[in-house]
Design a protein around this ligand. Structure first.
Ligand SMILES: [Zn+2]
Length: 157
């Protein structure tokens, strides 16, 4: 019960997550996540009476409305890009299993930088921490005041 309360708390201020909007049970017709007993979760057996919805994560992906962004830079990145990209995808898989609304919206490369946008700030932070743990370098997190948003900067020469 504790975990559910915590998960709900995380999304309660999200304009894309207004509990009233989602009939319980319901299922996302894009990704298949189920809203059941007040929480989004991956269920093998979708309740028969589940209504069809688009979940907050899929709506954010459609609108490109990110909750966090990660900037990666430096020479090390250029030499280990594939490895680092694999790590990023692994972190997304792990987080998504436990918190189904945490997704990568897009990964872009611009001017030698890699920019990763995520649906919520939690995944952006986790990606930054995982890269920092694996490859050291410099990690900075910036939380704009009063917003559920994070900018994560990682750099290694
Ligand atoms: Zn969805």
């Amino acid at each position: 019960m504790k975990r559910m309360d915590k998960l709900i708390q995380d999304y309660i201020h999200d304009p894309y997550f207004t509990k009233e909007k989602y009939p319980d049970p319901s299922v996302c017709e894009k990704c298949g996540v189920v809203f059941h007993n007040g929480i989004f979760e991956w269920l093998k057996d979708v309740p028969k009476d589940a209504k069809k919805i688009i979940c907050p994560a899929c709506r954010r992906i459609e609108d490109k409305y990110e909750g966090g962004v990660v900037y990666l830079e430096g020479e090390f990145l250029q030499k280990h890009k594939e490895e680092i990209f694999n790590l990023i995808r692994n972190v997304e898989e792990e987080e998504k299993a436990y918190r189904p609304l945490e997704r990568i919206i897009e990964i872009k490369e611009e001017n030698g930088k890699v920019v990763i946008k995520t649906t919520y700030e939690h995944l952006a932070r986790r990606i930054g921490e995982a890269i920092h743990k694996a490859y050291k370098g410099d990690l900075k997190l910036n939380y704009p005041e009063g917003q559920k948003y994070v900018r994560v900067y990682w750099h290694r020469d």
